[in-house]
Design a protein around this ligand. Structure first.
Ligand SMILES: [Fe+2]
Length: 287
């Protein structure tokens, strides 16, 4: 079977509930340059993506009492076999719902996942903006049993384990980019952060200066993580508390190579994985 029939295309976006979508969208537009578009029941947050002529519908903000993940959306190519995905989900004891060009289900830990044909989800490219984050590259979320969630996502969705820290943090990838999903212990639906790729080291200065001019301070960073080797800066969207990571330089894993997932011990987290440059995060980040 061709790889395209079973390999997800890319992380398409996240549907997130926030108490005040207008306020959250206002920050994302003013402080970070995202384009906001109206949507039935919510707001769509658009960036350029790496999709050629169409943009990325990176976020859907829906009103809800608490900030949290509603579902993750993966996009698949024209050759992807959505029927086979539904069969694998059913074989794993899940209850997939197939409709047209998409299959949706909750994983074994209750996390909502949706796989959609990319062409059915294409959105118009936003106006050029060199400082706007390019794309949603990964989502780091909580699961009651992150190990079980990671194994299920490997089995049903074909994601691959890149690296893990003890039994508490799993980094999974779709193809070559080091991770597109991070799973850690915690209440289902809670997000740790949404990882948006920026153009490179040089744009942190103007982005963080603009944030400062608007009265916002970062929560943690800049620094460099060991897993993925990416540069990071984290900030909290003030209306919802949603944590955003602005990342650059994410590592890639060679195509076709046998990759033995790197495993750290739990005690390595603070000393070796969080920040190669030194400063450790505030307590708020570790919750
Ligand atoms: Fe991240």
């Amino acid at each position: 079977m061709a790889a395209a029939a079973t390999t997800l295309g890319r992380l398409g976006g996240a549907v997130v509930s926030v108490p005040d979508p207008d306020a959250s969208a206002g920050f994302l537009e003013t402080a970070l340059g995202f384009e906001i578009r109206p949507l039935d029941g919510g707001l769509q947050v658009v960036c350029a993506g790496d999709y050629g002529e169409s943009g990325q519908a990176a976020l859907e903000l829906r009103p809800g009492p608490e900030t949290g993940l509603v579902e993750l959306v993966f996009e698949v190519g024209a050759g992807y076999d959505l029927g086979a995905l539904a069969l694998r989900a059913r074989a794993a004891g899940l209850a997939p719902e197939a409709a047209g060009e998409e299959v949706a289900f909750a994983d074994a830990t209750g996390i909502g996942l949706r796989c959609v044909r990319a062409a059915a989800r294409a959105v118009a490219m936003p106006a050029a903006d060199g400082l706007r984050p390019r794309r949603l590259g990964h989502v780091n979320l909580k699961a009651a049993d992150p190990g079980a969630a990671a194994r299920g996502w490997e089995e049903v969705m074909g994601l691959m384990l890149s690296e893990q820290i003890g039994e508490a943090l799993y980094f999974l990838r779709i193809a070559r980019e080091h991770h597109n999903v991070g799973l850690r212990p915690g209440p289902r639906g809670e997000l740790h952060h949404l990882g948006f790729e920026v153009a490179g080291w040089h744009v942190y200065e103007p982005i963080l200066d603009r944030l400062a001019a608007l009265g916002h301070r970062v929560e943690y960073g800049p620094g460099r993580h060991t897993p993925g080797n990416n540069i990071f800066t984290y900030l909290l969207e003030p209306a919802s508390g949603l944590r955003l990571e602005l990342f650059a330089d994410m590592g890639r894993i060679a195509a076709g190579a046998e990759h033995e997932p790197k495993r750290w011990e739990a005690g390595d987290r603070m000393t070796q994985t969080l920040n190669r440059w030194g400063p450790l995060p505030p307590e708020s980040f570790l919750a």
